[in-house]
Design a protein around this ligand. Structure first.
Ligand code: DLL
Length: 433
């Protein structure tokens, strides 16, 4: 079901007109009310009058994480403090606190964006959403909560953690939609199996997972273990939280709510615009936000955009599932490696679980060394050592051929790599210490 066909299935020309009108309005407002943006525009020698078409967005200044750090906490506020109803914050992987301050209208739009997301997964008012994203400053919990409310679904506000209770509630209330990080979904499945609960027999049949990188392999595992359809959902605190983009039942890229968030892809080194289909850094301009609107925010997330009709009937541009982030790209002996590539390579190797940790260190001889700790499936681990040695060699060979770097593989027993109830940590870079 398309939650809001008027906007989600809009004719492209009409949408571009709407986006342009909103962009124009936004630049005027920021120029008039936010000294930070007026200074930035003046620095480039432009005023809102120079924005004469949607493509002129490329003339506007970027906003970076450093800008957010420098203006923390209220420097980017575009409305009087009294109009703010709710504040969220994330310190993300980089430790820079980013703030989103929402007015009433911003909260309404957030609910709408997340209702579209849940509907994208096939959710309706007849569903019961078990929401295990963390409630609090993190945007996941309340974002999914407002979306489920707007959809008219029944909502169970679990927050993350207390897995046995999650499983009890899932059985007792017959939850049908699960919302949490993909790693927590897998962790819950492991606990369920250990407690003798067959998730496939429960009504739970769809899930909206995001907030961290995950792979097709993890999707397959979640779908099999729960007997559900698992969908990728994307968002970030700075832009609104979850609700920026979501997969529909086709699972062929994430539809961006582009009437609300205008996307661009740029070359992260030069800032130059890249075309549809070209991989680069994702940039967003918030088109309707009142509290903390952002112009051309550099997300550091790497993907490409796809236009063209989707069989679901939505006309919005789609982004490919994230390849990684420009700032968690590892440079190992000069070779660029994303953790997601390592995970992707692991998929093809039978006997491994999608739980891994990449430990990077620098040996006394000044060469970077990578140890890849990989969990082995229970059946494999109880096998004779010869089988394990073979598996280790196989993984090392696959890494070498796919990533062009040598990796030392350490096979570890099932459940030894730390599990996460929220975002999981995949890289331990000891070189920075
Ligand atoms: O994680 C918002 C969110 C909550 C999204 C719940 C989806 C579900 P932040 O804490 O600000 O916000 O982290 C944002 O997380 O820039 C990405 O690098 C990463 N991220 C979010 N969704 C995905 C995804 C929330 N589906 C940062 N795949 C973003 C990969 C994701 N990475």
């Amino acid at each position: 079901m398309i939650f809001n066909p008027e906007y989600e299935s809009m004719n492209e020309d009409v949408r571009r007109k709407l986006q342009f009108a909103r962009l124009k309005n936004l630049t005027e407002k920021l120029y008039a009310d936010v000294p930070f943006y007026r200074r930035k525009m003046e620095g480039l020698g432009i005023t809102p009058r120079d924005v004469r078409s949607l493509d002129d967005c490329a003339k506007l200044p970027f906003t970076t994480k450093d800008d957010l750090r420098d203006t923390f906490p209220y420097g980017l506020l575009a409305c009087p403090r009294a109009q703010i109803e709710e504040i969220h914050m994330s310190s993300g992987t980089t430790g820079v606190p980013v703030v989103d301050a929402y007015t009433k209208k911003d909260l309404d739009i957030w609910g709408e964006a997340m209702a579209r997301t849940l509907a994208g997964a096939g959710g309706t008012k007849n569903d019961t959403v078990q929401n295990c994203y963390g409630y609090g400053l993190f945007t996941g919990g309340l974002g999914a909560h407002y979306g489920a409310k707007k959809l008219g679904a029944n909502i169970i506000p679990m927050s993350s953690g207390n897995t046995q209770r999650q499983l009890m509630v899932m059985q007792a209330f017959g939850s049908t939609i699960l919302t949490c990080t993909p790693s927590y979904a897998l962790f819950m499945a492991e606990e369920a199996e250990e407690s003798g609960i067959n998730l496939r027999e429960l009504p739970i049949n769809k899930g909206c997972f995001g907030a961290e990188p995950w792979s097709e392999n993890m999707r397959r595992q979640i779908e099999e273990r729960y007997g559900m359809n698992a969908y990728d959902i994307y968002g970030l605190t700075e832009i609104i939280g979850p609700g920026v983009a979501f997969e529909c039942e086709e699972k062929a890229g994430l539809h961006i709510n582009e009437d609300l968030f205008y996307p661009e892809i740029i070359n992260p080194e030069t800032g130059a615009a890249l075309g549809v289909g070209e991989k680069g850094e994702l940039v967003f301009t918030t088109l309707t936000k009142e509290g903390t609107p952002l112009l051309r925010y550099r997300t550091r997330d790497v993907t490409f955009l796809e236009r063209g009709p989707c069989t679901c009937g939505r006309t919005t541009v789609r982004m490919h599932r994230l390849f990684g982030r420009t700032d968690d790209m590892l440079i190992i002996r000069g070779v660029n490696v994303f953790p997601s590539q390592i995970e992707q390579a692991l998929i093809e190797i039978e006997g491994t679980d999608p739980h891994y940790l990449i430990v990077v260190d620098r040996s006394p001889g000044q060469l970077d060394e990578v140890e890849l700790q990989v969990e082995v499936k229970k059946e494999f681990f109880s096998d004779e050592t010869r089988g394990l040695e073979g598996l280790r060699g196989k993984i090392e060979a696959v890494m070498k051929s796919k990533l062009m770097i040598s990796v030392k593989v350490k096979l570890v027993e099932p459940k030894t790599i730390e599990r996460s109830m929220g975002k999981s940590k995949r890289v331990l870079d000891k070189r920075a210490l």
